[in-house]
Design a protein around this ligand. Structure first.
Ligand SMILES: [Zn+2]
Length: 208
């Protein structure tokens, strides 16, 4: 059965055009779906209704956390080469967590101080961009696909979307991101937990 659906998207924060561009990219990656057409972009006044106050700000918060989780991932990957991401979650309340396979780390204090390195990257204002590479090449490039749960499926012509944080990180991802790390609020690790023998869970939040 085929159904035609119309999905609205939009942003009233940050680089709105870029957010809309990314929304279109993600919608085009939905499985069992085909993008038939995209309307021209248009501008409307924000509507402050009771059900969704500040919906635009919510999108911004999610994007910030997601970009920061890439930076955290890069910092962990640099200190413990080859580390795999075993889970990640970004919450609507502005908190998030990442799980890593870090069986060789026996002291979680080594992870608690990593927010300084993440904030260093935020402070440096590093450019974030999405590029497409051949999915076959990506599979044989170490570190490019670090989490099967966030890697998008290849495009019909065999391209994989890579998020590149200039000089910091390159990895496959289908998510929404800032265009520069300087757009993020300060990043703070709130808790490090051991989840079983191998997994370490890092919980974090963005400060005002
Ligand atoms: Zn991402």
């Amino acid at each position: 059965m085929r159904e035609t659906v119309f999905i609205g998207f939009g942003s009233n924060v940050g680089n709105r055009l870029d957010f809309c561009d990314r929304a279109i990219t993600l919608l085009s990656l939905l499985p069992h779906s085909e993008m038939l057409a995209v309307s021209p972009l248009y501008e409307t006044e924000p509507v402050a209704d009771h059900a969704h106050p500040g919906e635009g700000c919510f999108l911004n918060g999610v994007a910030q956390l997601h970009t920061d989780s890439h930076v955290l991932n890069a910092v962990v990957f640099e200190r413990w080469p080859g580390t795999l991401v075993t889970g990640a979650q970004i919450n609507a309340d502005g908190t998030g967590r990442m799980d890593f396979d870090l069986s060789e780390v026996d002291n979680n204090d080594a992870l608690r101080g990593l927010d300084a390195a993440v904030n260093d990257v935020i402070g440096r204002g590093v450019e974030v961009r999405s590029i497409y590479v051949d999915a076959g090449d990506a599979a044989t490039t170490a570190g490019l696909v670090r989490s099967l749960s966030v890697a998008p499926p290849p495009t019909p012509d065999g391209q994989l979307r890579i998020i590149e944080i200039d000089g910091i990180d390159r990895q496959a991802c289908g998510g929404t991101h800032l265009s520069n790390t300087a757009q993020s609020r300060p990043f703070r690790i709130t808790k490090v937990e051991s989840k079983g023998k191998r997994n370490r869970r890092i919980r974090f939040v963005l400060d005002d």
